[in-house]
Design a protein around this ligand. Sequence first.
Ligand SMILES: [Zn+2]
Length: 266
Amino acid sequence: MSTLILDRRHLLRLGGLALGASLAPWSAAFADARRLRRPAPLIMLDPGHGGIDPGCIGASGIYEKDIALSTAHEFARQLVASGRFRVKLTRADDEFVPLPERVARARAAGAELFLSIHADALPEERMRGASVFTLSEQASDREAAALAARENKADLVAGVDLSHHAPEVSDILFDLARRETNNESIKLARDLVSELGQRVRLLNHSHRSAGFAVLKAPDIPSALVEIGCLSNRQEEALLQSDVYQRRLATGLVQSVSDFFDRSAKI
Ligand SMILES: [Zn+2]
C-alpha cells in the first residue's frame, strides 16, 4: 500500500512538473489523505540506566539515570505537543530495564525511531558538550548476524515476508534492510548534531559510532544522545535546570521533525 502511495506521489510530482501548478491541489489532497489514514509515527524514547543502575555520577553526586529520565519526559511532552508524533518510553520511572529488553519493547510497540538519552562522564573535567552516537558498522554486522541466527528473519524486516524465499535471498534482503536502517540512523544523527548545535554546546567529536546494545534494532533507525557531561561542574548544573532541559528537548524534537520531513514519512 505504501509503495502504491509513493508511486502516486512521484507521478503527481512528475505531472506537476509537466503541467505547472495545476496538479498541486491534487498532490496536497493526496498528501492530506495519506496523513489522515496513517497513525502518527511512534517515537520510542529510552532514558538510560535506572533502578539499581545509576549510570555515571556527576561531579556533585547527581545520577545520570535521573537527568536522563527528566529530560526524556520533557522531550516526550514536547513531541506530543507538536501534534505530529506518538511517544512511548522504555522506562517511565526509576526502573531497571536490561538493554536487550529496551530494543524488544521498541520493536514490539512498532516504533519508527529509537532515541536513547544519556549523559556523559569524561576523564577530563574541563571537557563538556553534547554528542550523538550511532551503531558502528562493525558492531552492526556482528550483532545482526547473531540476531539473524537467533530470530525469525521475517519478523525482523517489517512488512516483508521472507519465509518463502531461499535462505540466501532472505539473507540478502535482511542485510539490505539493515544497511538502509543504518543509513537512516546516520541521517538522524546529523539532524541531531545540527539542531542541538544551534542550542547547546557540543563536544568536538559530536558524532561517533560504537557498539551500543540499545542501537542494534536492525529495522528501527536509532541514535544515542549524550546530552552533556556530568563530569563538568558547569554542565552538571545546567543539565539539572528546567530551562536547559527544555532547550535540549526543543532541539531533539526539531531533529525528529527534520528527519521525518526529509524522508517524507509523515
Ligand atoms: Zn549512560
